[in-house]
Ligand binder design. Sequence first.
Ligand code: DGY
Length: 323
Amino acid sequence: MSKPKVVITRRWPEAAEARAKELFDVVLNEDDHPMSIAELQEALETADAVCPTVSDQITAEVLGAEPMKCKILGNYGVGFNHIDLDAAKSRNLVVTNTPEVLTDCTADIAMILMLSVARRIGEGERHVRNKEWTGWRPTHMMGTKVTGKTLGLIGMGRIARAMAHKAHHGFGMKIIFTDPYPPPDEIVQDLNAESRDSIEDVLKDADFVSLHCPGGEETYHLLNEERIKMMKPGAFLINSARGDVIDPQALITALKNGSIAGAGLDVYEGEPNVQEEFLSMENVVLLPHLGSATIETRVAMGMRALDNVKAFFDGKEPGDRVA
Ligand code: DGY
């Protein structure tokens, strides 16, 4: 029996590509360029499965490919707001994602952003590299203490829980959170965490606010001007979720007028374009969407996407089906 044909839209770590080749008749995007609408449509028209990733826009237009051969989108990534799920369902496509395997590394990046912006790490690095450092002195580059402060989590899914664990058990932080689907009691108790009824209730009391909600229409500019103004003076905003959860202009204004102390960002509205004003601000730490970027996690994400596609072609229910 011939193997199902699978198009993988961007290069994966070697071990994951090797496994893909064992299982399927694989078409790789050899030079790793972002695929155009026409290329994505060709993939849908010629392959049994397509494995896109979070930087591919799988819109209704792309999914209008005709004739559609593809049966499953085995997304490489946990977020799937780049896939028009209604359009995918209307084309009878199964869609899967890769949860769990990236939880710890993404939570680590949220911690890194929090610590970096509070302790002025990017600024300090630039200072040394630019040969501007003239020596130790008591008032030099003082930052903000993290240990013992209050961390407010907007969304309390897997990544937020992992961050809360590190922050509470490692840094003695008080955890407050809001989520329409709160975690089980034993998790809340282990973190000694406090559930709040609204986002506003978290914003007004947190020294650090970290965003952990999915992207998409429902959370578009959730952190708008009004809500950013509710944050404590001296507070910091961390985003390792999706760029469009924050209104970037509102954040830029708040950072410029000092109504909050700083921000740590791994994701951006319209990425890879980053709002020009952020680039010259010292109170912002900017990373290029590195949440899951460790070799261990990126291999595991590939394996998880392949497990889903394999299950589908074996006639089983894929473990991580989202549509
Ligand atoms: C995801 O998986 O959704 C991340 O944004 C990339 O790892």
